[in-house]
Design a protein around this ligand. Structure first.
Ligand code: GDP
Length: 441
């Protein structure tokens, strides 16, 4: 009975403290926060490498690690133990693949990091997109072992790199992994760096934004500490962690109207009948404030909020938050919706223009638009122009069809009104394949 009576509407109203959030924010010097996505071919060692990173930085304790080790040995997959730090579902473990986007946090002295894990399996591209659309930078994991690098290049390595670039990710750290398997060969590292560097610059990454780090997730070499393997003595560059620490998070628009795309909706607990989580993309928010949820346009009030699991009075762009809402019926809230400033909400649109990289032949066709966790059916209505990849000038107006690899400006029509505005990262998919990815204009 008691539980049923506690409906959202009966929750007492919340008083705003009317905090000048920007002034408060500027008072304290705090660690920077950076989100990154992990990309690369299946089996490149992404999960193992990230598991090792979390372990070395003490984001996972020795006891849990021991448990994973034992369980892995039991089913005869000992080397998978590190990967399991990230893959927490048993089903995933037994199949030995990462299924869903796992979010993991760790910190160094300088930075609070969130790993938006991206599985390498082809079917899981939508998860990778959800991750990539929130990433400040990408870590591209490459298998250095002989032959595998080359087959990876034909596989997802290229597709993933192109995808993150086309949605506006500028910086990429290339982890040349499994160096133990090639005896930490300097020649192999340099060969891979040269080939990847040529490819990544042709894909539109500026060379100053691309760095290469040799490492071994399995051995733990050159992740937190310099490689202990004597064969690696030629290497004098940064460790992976040092390189990660160099990352500058994107500059967030703290003084813009609030925008937060909802990643998850939680219902039901007594203290927190209705909460949403996500990353604040722009603006700031405080307890007591009234916000608008789009596309429904319903208003809600912020009852409480948490930043990195700590209760706070306010939060700003760039932070990952859980917001407890009151004065709204949960039916108006779903994953992919946008929490906005009550004064200046995002508009619902039925059509937009975008500059996209084509992964397939593009012509007027039915597609599904993905933005983070939001996906909506629609249609590419018109190709406005074929663009030069590096300069963005128009090469051909109104092409009827463009080749894979082209950069093209398109008009996209949506089957229903959707809250979207520039510059958003969007992915267009058809029949379960990514056909194009880019930025809304
Ligand atoms: P993912 O599919 O990219 O996440 O790759 P996993 O982390 O699941 O690793 C795939 C396979 O490569 C597993 O058998 C790992 O044990 C192995 N592996 C991962 N990292 C390394 C490494 O640094 N060296 C070697 N030799 N093998 C590794």
């Amino acid at each position: 009975q008691g539980v049923q009576q506690l409906s959202v509407q009966e929750t007492p109203k919340v008083k705003s403290k009317n905090i000048d959030v920007l002034a408060e924010y500027k008072k304290v010097k705090r660690k920077k926060a950076a989100n990154f996505v992990v990309i690369g071919h299946v089996d490149a060692g992404k999960s193992t490498l990230m598991g090792r990173l979390l372990f070395d930085l003490k984001a996972v304790d020795e006891r849990t690690m021991d448990k994973y080790r034992k369980e892995a040995e039991r089913i005869g997959k000992g080397s998978f133990a590190f990967a399991w730090v990230l893959d927490q579902g048993t089903e995933e473990r037994e199949r030995g693949v990462t299924i869903d986007i796992a979010t993991n946090k760790f910190e160094t002295d300088k930075t609070n990091f969130t790993i938006l894990d991206a599985p390498g399996h082809r079917d899981f591209v939508p998860n990778m997109i959800a991750g990539a659309s929130q990433a400040d930078f990408a870590v591209l994991v490459i298998d250095a072992s002989t032959g595998n690098f080359e087959s990876g290049l034909k596989g997802q390595t290229k597709e993933h790199a192109l995808l993150v670039r086309s949605i506006g990710v500028q910086r990429i750290i290339v982890a040349v992994n499994k160096m133990d398997a090639v005896d930490w060969s300097q020649g192999r590292f340099e060969e891979i760096s040269q080939q990847m560097s040529a490819f990544l610059t042709s894909a539109g990454f500026q060379s100053k934004n691309v760095t290469f780090v040799p490492c071994s997730g399995l051995e733990g070499g050159n992740i937190l500490e310099k490689p202990s393997n004597p064969k690696a003595s030629w290497y004098a560059g940064p460790t992976l962690v040092e390189e990660l620490d160099q990352s500058e998070p994107s500059t967030y628009a703290l003084d813009k109207p609030l925008r937060m795309t909802i990643n998850d909706v939680f219902r039901g607990s007594m203290q927190n009948p209705l909460s949403v989580s996500g990353r604040i993309e722009a603006g700031n928010v405080q307890v007591g404030e009234h916000v608008v949820v789009m596309p429904s346009g319903e208003r809600a009030q912020i009852r409480s909020l948490e930043v990195d699991d700590e209760p706070q009075d306010w939060a700003v762009a760039g932070q990952n938050v859980v917001i407890n809402l009151t004065d709204i019926d949960p039916i108006h809230l779903k994953t992919g919706d946008v929490l906005c400033s009550g004064v200046s909400p995002i508009l619902n649109v039925r059509e937009f223009k975008a500059k996209v990289l084509a992964f397939d032949h593009i012509t007027p066709m039915n597609i599904e638009v993905h933005k983070g966790r939001l996906h909506v059916p629609g249609r590419i209505g018109q190709l406005i122009g074929l663009l030069d990849k590096s300069t963005g000038t128009i090469l051909k107006k109104k092409p009827k069809i463009v080749q894979p690899g082209s950069v093209v400006r398109v008009v996209v029509q949506l089957d229903q009104p959707v809250p979207l505005e520039a510059p958003s990262r969007v992915i267009l998919r058809a029949n379960g394949e990514t056909v194009a990815a880019g930025l809304l204009e």
